[in-house]
Ligand binder design. Structure first.
Ligand SMILES: CC(C)(COP(=O)(O)OP(=O)(O)OC[C@H]1O[C@@H](n2cnc3c(N)ncnc32)[C@H](O)[C@@H]1OP(=O)(O)O)[C@@H](O)C(=O)NCCC(=O)NCCSC(=O)CC(=O)O
Length: 518
């Protein structure tokens, strides 16, 4: 005979949980849907493998008594936290619920996130944060600020230990923006998400400028101009699919390897690869066409595709194993390295290195971009990040020089001198201090000027310089590159050299940490 009191207690528990599951109520959920947004719980459902989500701390309550909050209850204090699986891989997830007091972050809301961060670190699993919040819960004042501080601190401690991925699926204003900024990848949803340190109204008061929130901090601005966001999703559903895809290329932590996948063993790089890179340095091409032919078909996943398009970064698989790719893009700004390209590549290199993902670099760049916007903008310290990031990396690094590799940019783009394990060059490669025309104009200036036919002398000298240096053989003769290869051999050479370099052990000097130029 079941105990009546026990039955009643279980009923009470069920009712309590069911009442919490309605979040901020039907009307607010409807409003959320009308805006094209999923709710916090629907987002988690879209993210994880079916039926794998295990919630914790659903019964947490706020304890603020100011401004009438003592009379208000906020289910699970406006943030859903717990664990789930993505393609079988365990992950920790928090998802802010905008239907509950605008998803604002108070003391207990923050404590739930902090606890989850601590647990993700303890278990060595990725942390995924879904942000949809009006920021610090204004009534909770300094307790809310304590909360943000604790989250930032943990984000920083976790950096390089577990992957941290953020989805911005609504407003993210004020102090709230810095947690996503510390995480490894930020995905923003088009039209429904914004990030800014202060909104349009405050800007109008402080600086007198008029701007709407989309142009100030919408998904397009942060994906294409500021570089704050790495991926753009058309809606919440696509954002969750992007997280799932991203996770398949990266490990759970800085110790575990990425699981290799099956791949088509019969895949042969098509002959057309030999025709992509033209020997004419003025003829551009899309380096992504080459990348797609070299790696396992359909596996190239570009990161930051809308930002600093003169450099391409992303993941792909080579014989089922995950690799990170950095490639100059000759189609945009001739593949030159500017401030944004340096920042973009350096951060990606450091992610790969932190999580033991080998780095493959394709080089075709005339150099660092000179000019009046770049120098005062600090191209020197930004450009230095790229050299620094490659130099400090300890993962296997393989470099392929496709065509131009001039001067400082040759050194910066994972040259052997910065620690690349294998460097290959195509016959079209030009490894020199600078382009032949510029070089001849400088070193033969006096001779050209004083000759009877300056134009003819100039041409002759340019040709001489080109013949001497605009090729890969001078570098190969010194052993600065391991081999000159045909493009069609690229996949085979990369696989063979990676299989050797996987066991790489690179001793690093004992230090607390370096001081990368920021
Ligand atoms: C985010 C919004 C644009 C969303 O506008 P909407 O019209 O969609 O929604 P809304 O204003 O009706 O908000 C829904 C409910 O959430 C509440 N709400 C929203 N933001 C809140 C916050 N930060 N603290 C406490 N409550 C908040 C609203 O009062 C409302 O409650 P109800 O339903 O009961 O009426 C707006 O709410 C907003 O501007 N919020 C403040 C953003 C901000 O300045 N945050 C910075 C905080 S300071 C900070 O973070 C620290 C720092 O900057 O360093």
């Amino acid at each position: 005979m079941p105990d009546e009191e026990l039955i009643q207690k279980i009923e009470e528990l069920k009712e309590k949980k069911e009442s919490l599951l309605v979040g901020g109520g039907k009307d607010r959920i409807e409003k959320q849907h009308k805006m094209g947004k999923l709710t916090a719980r629907e987002r988690i459902e879209a993210l994880v493998d079916e039926g794998t989500f295990e919630e914790i701390d659903m019964l947490v309550k706020h304890r603020c008594t100011y401004f009438g909050l003592d009379k208000k209850e906020f289910p699970y204090d406006g943030v859903v936290t717990g664990f789930g699986e993505i393609k079988g891989k365990k992950v920790a997830i928090f998802s802010q619920d905008f239907t509950i007091q605008g998803g604002s972050l108070g003391e207990m809301h923050a404590k739930k996130i902090m606890k989850l961060q601590d647990l993700a670190m303890r278990y060595g699993i990725p942390l995924i944060g879904i942000n949809d919040s009006g920021g610090a819960r204004i009534q909770e004042a300094v307790d809310a600020l304590y909360g943000y501080g604790g989250i930032f601190y943990r984000n920083t401690q976790a950096s390089g230990v577990i992957p941290q991925i953020t989805v911005i699926a609504g407003p993210c204003a004020g102090g709230a923006v810095y947690s996503p900024a510390i995480t490894d990848f930020v995905i923003m949803v088009d039209q429904t998400s914004q990030m800014f340190i202060t909104g349009p109204q405050v800007i109008k008061t402080v600086t007198g400028e008029n701007i709407d929130k989309e142009n100030l901090g919408g998904a397009n601005i942060h994906n294409s101009k500021s570089g704050v966001a790495h991926l753009l999703a058309k809606d919440d559903q696509e954002a969750m699919e992007l997280v799932r895809k991203l996770l398949s290329y990266i490990p759970s932590n800085n110790v575990d390897p990425v699981e290799p996948t099956d791949y088509d063993k019969s895949y042969k790089v098509p002959e057309e690869i030999n025709e992509i890179v033209s020997p004419n340095p003025k003829k551009s091409y899309d380096v992504k066409d080459l990348i797609k032919l070299v790696f396992d078909p359909g596996t190239f996943f570009e990161i930051h595709p809308h930002f600093a398009k003169n450099i391409v970064v992303g993941f792909a698989r080579l014989e089922g194993k995950s690799v990170g790719i950095i490639a100059n893009q000759p189609k945009i700004l001739a593949g030159s390295l500017d401030i944004d390209a340096s920042d973009k590549a350096a951060r990606f290199i450091r992610f790969c290195d932190s999580f033991n993902i080998p780095i493959i670099t394709f080089v075709d760049t005339p150099g660092y971009l000179p000019g009046v916007s770049q120098e005062p903008g600090g191209i020197i310290r930004h450009g230095a990040k790229l050299l620094y990031a490659y130099s400090e990396s300890t993962v296997p690094m393989i470099t392929v020089i496709l065509r131009k590799a001039y001067g400082g940019a040759y050194i910066a783009m994972a040259s052997q001198h910065l620690g690349a394990d294998f460097v290959f060059a195509y016959p079209t490669a030009e490894i020199a201090v600078m382009g032949s025309e510029g070089a001849a104009n400088i070193i033969f200036a006096k001779e050209i000027e004083s000759s009877e036919n300056p134009e003819e002398t100039r041409k002759k000298r340019v040709e001489e310089y080109k013949e001497r240096f605009a090729n890969p053989y001078e570098a190969a003769s010194r052993g600065y590159i391991e081999d000159v290869i045909e493009p069609i051999e690229t996949r085979k050479k990369l696989s063979a050299s990676l299989s050797i370099a996987y066991s790489k052990v690179k001793p690093t000097p004992s230090k607390k940490h370096g001081n990368i130029p920021l």
